[in-house]
Write a protein that binds this ligand. Sequence first.
Ligand code: SF4
Length: 293
Amino acid sequence: MKQFQKTGSLLLPYRFTRGCPFECIFCISSTQRLSHALLPDEIVSHLESLQGEHHPTGFFFLNDTINISKKYIMDLCDKIIARKLKILWSDCARVDHLDQETLFKMREAGCIRLIYGMETASPRLLKYINKKIELKDLENVLRWTDEAGIWSGVEVIGGFPHEKQEDIEATISFLKENEKYINRIYLNHFDLRGNSVLYNSPERYGIKRIFRVDECTEKDFSSYVEYGFDEADGLVWKDKVKQIEFSIQAIRESCCRGHRFFTDEHLLFFLYSHFDHKDDVKSVYLKILKNHE
Ligand code: SF4
């Protein structure tokens, strides 16, 4: 930690796709089709010149999802490797276009961390939010990610409309069963986003009376809430707020101890710049984490 605090780290944000080809109903990207993706050759040229100019510890890619197709991600990795760019990077990914071969190639090309959007492990809610992922596939991908030596994060959202106790329990069970392969859980409260599919077609998804809230409520939520709503034939907003908070608490207490408030991106890049193997990174990281608890 002394060395880390002394030298610090520099992460450069970089985005090379705009929009997303998927349509998860809660996400603002769900109404913005994939509109642009730089060609792998262009990306590698940008990375090379940024690396030469700034010598960053790593690149913090900001794409909605890096693997828009297997061919795209494989081409990009092949070009990074062929150009002998010694870079480290992280991004968000979907499990659909990922297999063992791709993940090992990504690690070879400098990938140190991937964050997967699971959101919920309730099959009923996965269908409701149009996530289009299979939990079995996610389990495989998490295991392969670990085998490839890549740090893994999983996004979880508590309090989806019409979420029930059994949905929360399904999420908790999945996270516990796959704990070994999940390095960090990113736990978020459900937040109705303007211009998402859900916001644009509320009656189709069983919500009504959408109204502006526009506040950061310390009591019920830890972050900004833009819109409130009632569930059709379900909870009115004042009770929904409590349900969202209950859901978050239940997941946090069961699965997220020691995972949540530690801002670890810079440290993670720093450790991967010193150690080639994930086991070494993990062992030092866990020691540091323990000292901070
Ligand atoms: S949650 Fe991820 S995969 Fe789904 S629409 Fe949004 S960016 Fe795309």
